[in-house]
Write a protein that binds this ligand. Structure first.
Ligand code: TXA
Ligand code: MG
Length: 345
């Protein structure tokens, strides 16, 4: 398939290009759009034929539901049966932005969007290009991250081109995704608000507003999947990743007896900090770790290394939780704990 690339500057939106991309959505085509979290692979959420193309392009299992993206709150009433008070509070604070809310759905959302669940996931992005596109199309845009299923999510148009060129109709290049990690997914259909996927909006942010909030796992009460996506291997580069619990010093000592060609991903790191062939710096704060994470994971496949050690952020709250979640998924659970192992040195 021919893929058209449209470059749109978020600071100076070219409306003729938005018209072209919105037209493609209404013709049932697939359009990759930039968002502030990661790039999304979009199609008209009301067209089951168009949504089917997303699953084919990504190689995504059909039991993994998609997020519907909207550009204004009026669009919510077309797809959602009920808006609880808790959702209104969260929408006031975090929309447009990196928060996806699970609602009870209306029947006009085709089953293919939400994998036959009685619920639908909705997000209003803050990215001006995504919002202009959705607003112009006038329909909710169903969009998962615009990567091949299983690979790290794309935070640049080049990542999307690497994975999906020739598999989608349009790719909008709108620059780098600022947040770099997918939205927080929160389920508000039960008694207690449940975070199904950690992200930039944290559990403490929600607790401050709603009083309570817990992490949900991927299984519901009867063992049915709650957020089906979380059960799949995710975000994995071809080069294996091993997560490390411990300090930079502890990793440095551990690596003295490592003979393979390796890369290290760590915060505040520079070239000479570890006995590693390549040191990939994850920046100085957790925001930059999040923003660079998927870029760095993809980068490891361009390096001639056998293995990547990634130091997990230490804090158990805040954005650190989301960064650690993505790293653990990328590693397929490979984890070494060096904490206090060297404490007698
Ligand atoms: O930041 C993001 O959320 C990006 C951008 C493009 O908006 N999108 C994204 O979509 O990450 P995706 O499809 O890669 O991840 C959606 C997650 C999956 O874990 C999926 O299982 C879950 O949301 N999800 C979607 N609909 C759901 C539903 N009705 N109930 C529970 N979980 C749902
Ligand atoms: Mg994804």
């Amino acid at each position: 398939m021919d893929t058209k690339i449209l470059k749109i500057d978020p600071d100076r939106i070219d409306n003729s290009k938005i018209d072209e991309a919105a037209g493609a959505i209404l013709e049932g085509k697939t359009v990759v759009m930039p968002t502030e979290t990661v790039y999304g692979l979009g199609a008209n959420a009301f067209s089951k034929e168009a949504v089917a193309k997303i699953f084919i392009a990504k190689g995504r299992p059909s039991d993994n539901p998609l997020i519907c993206h909207i550009s204004n709150r009026d669009m919510l009433s077309d797809i959602v049966a009920e808006v609880p008070q808790s959702a209104k509070i969260l929408m006031d604070h975090f929309w447009g932005g990196p928060l996806t809310i699970i609602f009870k759905k209306k029947d006009n959302v085709p089953d293919i969007v939400n994998a036959g669940l009685p619920t639908v996931a909705v997000r209003m992005p803050s990215h001006p290009v995504a919002n202009a596109l959705i607003e112009k199309a006038g329909v909710p845009v169903a969009a998962p991250s615009a990567n091949l299923s299983g690979t790290p999510s794309p935070t640049t148009a080049q990542h999307v081109i690497d994975d999906l060129y020739g598999r989608v109709d349009v790719i909008i290049d709108g620059g780098n995704s600022k947040i770099g990690i997918e939205s927080t997914v929160i389920d508000l259909t039960g008694e207690i608000p449940m975070i199904l996927r950690p992200g930039y909006v944290t559990i403490n942010d929600v607790r401050k507003l709603l009083g309570k909030c817990e992490y949900g796992n991927s299984k519901g009460e009867a063992g049915t999947p709650k957020s089906p996506g979380m059960k799949y291997t995710h975000y994995a580069p071809k080069t294996p990743v091993v997560c490390v619990i411990g300090s930079a010093r502890e990793l440095e000592l551990f690596l003295m007896k490592e003979n393979r060609k390796i890369a290290v991903i760590a915060q505040n790191a520079n070239k000479y900090d570890f006995n590693a062939d390549v040191v990939l710096s994850a920046g100085f704060d957790v925001e930059s770790y999040a923003a660079r994470l998927f870029y760095l994971l993809r980068k490891t496949d361009e390096l001639d290394v056998e293995l990547t050690y990634a130091l997990l952020p230490t804090s158990k709250s805040g954005l650190e939780v989301a960064v650690a979640n993505r790293l653990l998924k990328a590693s397929g659970g490979r984890l070494i704990n060096l904490k206090n192992k060297w404490s007698n040195i």
